[in-house]
Design a protein around this ligand. Structure first.
Ligand SMILES: NC(=O)c1ccc[n+]([C@@H]2O[C@H](COP(=O)([O-])OP(=O)(O)OC[C@H]3O[C@@H](n4cnc5c(N)ncnc54)[C@H](O)[C@@H]3O)[C@@H](O)[C@H]2O)c1
Length: 380
């Protein structure tokens, strides 16, 4: 037997994408897509198919640099592996980005060209909506591929995913209340919601119905007015800084990522805020913030766990959408959040680390089932 020699060229972009091959961290597949006629430039990143086809939305965004676009695709697809694993879905993690301004550049030919690239992966990647793409866009993508979800109800889709996202965040917040105060309710608590867009405004509805005192802020006057019209009792403050320092029991970041920085966590700690639980993706601005939160006694409900109601909804569409079935699955976010808090306390680690470990455990254990050969089904 001859020795197998592997050539190791100097590390470059491939090492960045695929990792060293030793830490299990690298992406499985990254596809660069270019359609000369429509001008489509897209990146489809499949982080992991350990649990099944990689599901994740398509972000249409005017990235400043190509580097940023690639990094976003890599980060977001990795995040989807963890989110889908913890949500108990038989789906891996993927995400795509289309480089461009959705308001100026998006058109039918470009979306359909993108759909053909998705189809070319033969189901290894299933797409859906994300920032800059909407259910109507997925209806167009669906004219070229069957590997698309998040379509409109008229086309058999699940429609607006923010309804179950907000419901799931509310379940995570109820679990946080139970862990912190003994009862799974926000009644009598002061909850601050930053960002009352699609998810935030539904979340406010759940909180008001539960008896919470709700304070909101948003850079969009229209978004604030919409909430005030539906819930006149809601208090409005000028900006997120004012919200953070306003003696909240619970802070719910529901706008953009990176809401939890060294500075904001210090303000929350000084104001005596007990819980952070919101819809925004990638809330922790950098590694270490999760420990800072724990050290200050602030209970942090991991973002990708509590905001998984939306992906649960679009995943359900793959089977033929049933709202009650999807809602039942999203209800389980309550139990999983409690489980994460219990594991974190038992192991003396922040909840964000406990969530990562549980997701990794499921990916490891379920993907290992493939070692049990099923010859007749010809599944690998
Ligand atoms: N929609 C979903 O199903 C879903 C699922 C999972 C995660 N998320 C995440 O939840 C967050 C909200 O999503 P959405 O669908 O409601 O988006 P959205 O765009 O409808 O709402 C975001 C709101 O935040 C406001 N905002 C922006 N910057 C702000 C700032 N600095 N201060 C205060 N408000 C600000 C915007 O004006 C807008 O009203 C995002 O981070 C998104 O990635 C959404």
């Amino acid at each position: 037997m001859t020795d197998v020699h592997t050539t190791h060229p100097a590390p470059g972009v491939l090492s960045r994408i695929f990792g060293t091959g030793q830490d299990g961290e690298g992406h499985e597949q990254v596809v660069l897509c270019h359609d000369r006629t429509s001008g489509l430039k897209a990146i489809i990143a499949v982080h992991s198919t350990a649990l099944g086809p990689a599901l994740g939305g398509t972000r249409f965004f005017p990235y400043g640099t190509e580097e940023e676009a690639l990094q976003d695709a890599l980060n977001l697809s990795r995040g989807m592996s963890y989110k889908n694993a913890l949500a108990g879905l038989d789906l891996g993690g993927g995400k795509a980005v289309i480089i461009g301004d959705p308001d100026k550049d998006k058109n039918e030919a470009m979306l359909r060209a993108y759909g053909r690239f998705v189809e070319s992966l033969r189901g290894r990647y299933i797409t859906a909506c994300d920032v800059g793409t909407y259910v109507q866009d997925m209806d167009v993508v669906a004219r070229e591929t069957s590997h698309v979800t998040g379509r409109s109800p008229e086309h058999g889709g699940a429609g607006d995913s923010s309804i179950l996202t907000a419901f799931g965040v509310f379940q995570g917040m109820r679990a946080s209340a139970r862990a912190r105060w003994g009862q799974p309710t926000l009644r009598g608590r002061r909850v601050g919601v930053s960002g009352v867009g699609k998810v935030g405004h539904y979340l406010v509805g759940h909180l008001v119905a539960d008896g919470a005192t709700v304070v909101v802020t948003d850079v969009s006057e229209a978004a604030v007015n919409r909430v005030r019209a539906a819930h006149p009792e809601v208090e409005v403050v000028a900006d997120t800084a004012a919200l953070l320092s306003s003696a909240l029991d619970v802070y719910a970041p529901c706008a953009l990522g990176g809401a939890l920085t060294d500075d904001t966590v210090a303000v929350l700690g000084a104001a005596g805020t007990a819980v952070v639980c919101g819809a925004a993706n990638n809330q922790l601005a950098h590694p270490g913030v999760e420990k800072d939160l724990a050290d200050r006694g602030i209970l942090y409900a991991p973002d990708y766990l509590v905001n998984s109601g939306g992906v649960i909804q679009v995943a359900d569409e793959i089977e033929g959408f049933n709202f009650d079935r999807a809602k039942n699955k999203a209800t389980k976010i309550f139990d999983t959040t409690l489980e994460i808090f219990t594991r974190a306390a038992a192991d003396g680690i922040p909840p964000a680390v406990a969530a990562d470990r549980l997701a990794e455990k499921r990916m490891r254990e379920i993907s290992a089932l493939r070692s049990v050969l099923l010859p007749a089904a010809r599944r690998s």
